[in-house]
Design a protein around this ligand. Structure first.
Ligand code: GLC
Length: 566
């Protein structure tokens, strides 16, 4: 079988709300994106993933969809979407949509019908259950299971109209769709086909490994100090997940002439499951977003910060590289709209090392085997934001978890804030920094979330002019993937697994071997690897500081060497 095109591709994620605002209402929009496509074409990316732009009450910034086949007026309209798609295709890029079908909005007509009466034909499109046995419906603790929702509070909402509860793993405005019902699946496939017929090039599938649930809905374990049970064993990689994804593949993707891309967001997915999901012979999805490496600095207590141990990060990513080496495919990411900025998290965002550490992190990620994803602003080395109080946050997750932790679980507001400042999703969602003007060139109005004050230094205009910027380094990394087959296909071998300072590996393809080393510290470090002298003499393909002598790397330096054996 021919290698699929997406093995060689780099994807760029746009969070439309925060990318570029063309009409001055403080919120990004489709015309704003269209106006900045050359920024992406010059960077060299192959695919754009658009976070949701569908009509939505915006409870979770568009991940709560009230109409799957239209555009929210805040972002534009279908004509503007077609224009954007044409502009993307004209530049030789592709565009994939966000597919959010684990849940809809509670304002979707499907849910309005479902909640209207117990015998409505769409009642069974969502998860309705009576109160816990022997308890008064609506009374505290009478929810059908003890599960907590991702954004705080219980995962069940009582609906007095019919005296039953509906399940929502996220906010109460995001009721979970019941994939057991074949009509639901049919409606989703019809909608997906409609978008593909319109010309889109695939989908990023939101929490897609949650769509199959254990229909007995048992209580989950309760961790000390946490108000609710953890129901994830009943819905992460549930009993029918492979069946559903294969059916979707058959009904939507199989046999289409287009070159398409599917990537499933899968919190809690294991390597063994991912092998099945991404085995081309099984016809499910092309690749998955796993979470192990972004949970590396998470511990038992959700409200404590755990520092990064580089050896843990290497062990996790090394396992995924080995696990999907022969069959299946990895996606590679540090950032997205749900993660803090990587330069602040694993690098050093001080003025001295921001650029160099952002470049090093990019080099290490992009030289792994898999398809890299760049999240808007990552190519500028954008940093976490200086949130002073809880009032500075807009994210429903931060606000909901704050209330649960402080009001229900008795945590100190300062402790909770410390973690939200470091890990909160709004860090990724501050407006894109285009230039040094008052709102960073993002909007002429008042931005929905404050721009990071460092936009006077950190912005696209300055980065494009500066040959040593993060932007140009990412451009070179992307070009290297397009030019050097070893970056795409090379076998991955981790070196120095016990070293807490250096991240080192080789990639071998045919007679070409690449050596990649990243210094994860602010000190100079010598790489003690086998064959050091030969590597010293090898071709230095890319680095972000002066060429090293004796493999002594400068603070946050990355090096990529190439040797051809004959
Ligand atoms: C995914 C999205 C996240 C959203 C959640 C619920 O994890 O990436 O932003 O809040 O699903 O849709």
């Amino acid at each position: 079988m021919q290698n699929p095109w997406w093995h060689r591709a780099v994807v760029y994620q746009i969070y439309p709300r925060s990318f570029a605002d063309a009409d001055g209402d403080g919120m990004g929009d489709l015309r704003g994106i269209s106006a900045h496509l050359d920024h992406l074409a010059c960077l060299g990316v192959d695919v754009i993933w658009l976070s949701p732009v569908y009509p939505s009450p915006q409870d979770d910034n568009g991940y709560d969809i009230s109409d799957y086949q239209d555009i929210d007026p805040v972002f534009g309209d279908l004509a503007g979407f077609d224009e954007l798609l044409a502009g993307v295709h004209a530049r030789g890029m592709k565009l994939i949509m966000d597919l959010v079908v684990n849940h809809s909005s509670d304002e979707h007509p499907w849910f309005a019908e479902s909640r209207s009466s117990k015998d409505n034909p769409k009642r069974d499109w969502y998860w309705w259950r009576p109160a816990r046995d022997g308890m008064e419906p609506g009374a505290p603790g009478a929810e059908p299971t003890n599960w907590g929702a991702a954004f705080g509070g219980p995962a069940w909402e009582y609906d007095p109209a019919t005296g039953e509860y509906y399940l929502h793993l996220f906010s109460r405005k995001q009721p979970d769709l019941n994939w057991e019902n074949p009509e639901v699946r049919e409606a989703v496939y019809t909608m997906m086909n409609w978008w593909l017929d319109r010309g889109v090039d695939g989908f990023r599938m939101d929490v897609i490994n949650y769509i199959s649930k254990d229909t007995t809905l048992p209580d989950g374990p309760v961790r000390p100090g946490i108000a609710y049970g953890d129901g994830s064993a009943s819905y992460m990689n549930g009993p029918r997940i492979h069946e559903f994804l294969h059916e979707m593949h058959e009904r939507v993707f199989a046999g289409r002439p287009q070159e398409l891309l599917t990537v499933g967001e899968m919190p809690g997915v294991t390597i063994d499951e991912a092998k099945l999901f991404t085995d081309p012979a099984r016809g499910e999805v092309d690749m998955v977003f796993q979470f192990d490496h972004v949970w590396v600095d998470r511990g038992a207590d959700p409200w404590q910060l755990y520092p990064l141990r580089l050896t843990d990060l290497k062990a996790i990513l090394g396992r995924w590289q080995a696990g999907l080496a022969d069959n299946g495919w990895n996606s590679l990411y540090w950032n997205n709209h749900d993660q803090p900025r990587v330069v602040s998290r694993f690098g050093d965002d001080s003025p001295q090392y921001r650029v160099r550490s952002a470049q090093m992190l990019g080099a290490v990620l992009h030289l792994h085997r898999g398809t890299p994803y760049v999240y808007q602003g990552e190519e500028l080395g954008m940093t976490n934001a200086p949130f002073a109080t809880i009032a500075d946050f807009r994210d429903i997750e931060a606000l909901g978890q704050y209330v649960q932790a402080v009001d229900q679980e008795g945590r100190s507001p300062e402790d909770v804030l410390t973690v939200l400042r470091a890990r909160g999703r709004d860090n990724a969602r501050t407006p894109m920094q285009w230039d040094a003007s008052p709102h960073a060139g993002f909007t002429t109005g008042t931005p929905w979330l404050a721009v990071n004050p460092n936009h006077t230094q950190v912005n696209a205009e300055a980065a494009v002019k500066d040959p040593d910027s993060v932007y140009h380094f990412y451009r070179k990394l992307i070009a290297l993937r397009h030019e050097e087959p070893a970056v795409v296909y090379g076998d991955f071998t981790m070196l120095l697994p016990h070293d807490e300072r250096l991240y080192a590996f080789t990639r071998t393809h045919g007679d070409t071997t690449l050596l990649v080393i990243g210094n994860f510290t602010g000190e100079t470090v010598r790489a003690e690897i086998d064959d050091a002298a030969a590597w010293e003499a090898a071709e230095l393909l890319l680095t972000n500081a002066a060429a090293p002598e004796d493999l002594v790397l400068q603070p946050w330096q990355a090096v990529i060497y190439r040797r051809i054996s004959r």
